[in-house]
Design a protein around this ligand. Structure first.
Ligand code: AMP
Length: 187
């Protein structure tokens, strides 16, 4: 089963994704985590990606498309995966459709984490003090929220046509939201 967790920065994709993979026993693929690890080790990918990440812009598709193809092609991800943080653009969505389609699979569920903007801003500023992410500065937070609205939110329509989108209200505790997800996907 392939599940996409979609939502703006701060909506809880990482947390809910983690709970889902533990329950379903499939890997989580999080492009943000992969990129942060590349920045940490100073690889070529990391050096290229960093300048976009720090400003809150998306890393360009010509870099990300290869990464997505490689990750979805790993043996552990052939039967299913939880996708966290991608696709984030139309081109990425088309690639995911194509790669899964070639193996007779598709995105079974798209979980749209719906959290009010004021709450997102509050969480992201709170997290900045704890995690020390270089893109949790006030300017980068504003930019990331705008980037999401401009480039990623339109994907909801792309998937809604197929009837696979579930809107998950983001108000409530982590456990309540996880329970709602379990109810929506039926496992
Ligand atoms: P995230 O941890 O998912 O919020 O991602 C952190 C940052 O990594 C984003 O603000 C982007 O700069 C970059 N990034 C992560 N995933 C993608 C992606 N699928 N496409 C483009 N940029 C990405």
């Amino acid at each position: 089963m392939f599940i996409l967790i979609l939502g703006p920065p701060g909506s809880g994709k990482g947390t809910q994704g983690q709970m889902l993979v533990q329950r379903l026993g499939v890997p989580k693929i999080a492009t943000g985590d992969i990129l942060r690890e590349a920045v940490r080790t100073g690889s070529r990918l990391g050096r290229e990606a960093r300048r976009y990440m720090d400003t809150g812009a998306l890393v360009p598709d010509n870099i990300i498309l290869d990464l997505i193809k490689a990750e979805l092609g790993k043996p552990g991800a052939l039967e299913g995966a939880v996708l966290d943080g991608f696709p984030r653009t139309q081109a990425q969505a088309e690639l995911v459709d194509k790669v899964l389609g070639e193996r007779g699979a598709r995105l079974n569920h798209v979980l749209l984490l719906d959290v009010a903007e004021e709450e997102l801003v509050r969480r992201l500023h709170g997290r900045a003090d704890i995690e020390g992410r270089s893109d949790d500065t006030p300017a980068a937070i504003t930019a990331r929220l705008r980037t999401y609205q401009r480039e990623t939110a339109p994907l909801v329509a792309h998937y809604a046509q197929r009837g696979v989108v579930h809107r998950v209200p983001g108000a409530g505790s982590v456990e309540e939201i996880a329970e709602e997800i379990r109810r929506l996907i039926g496992r």
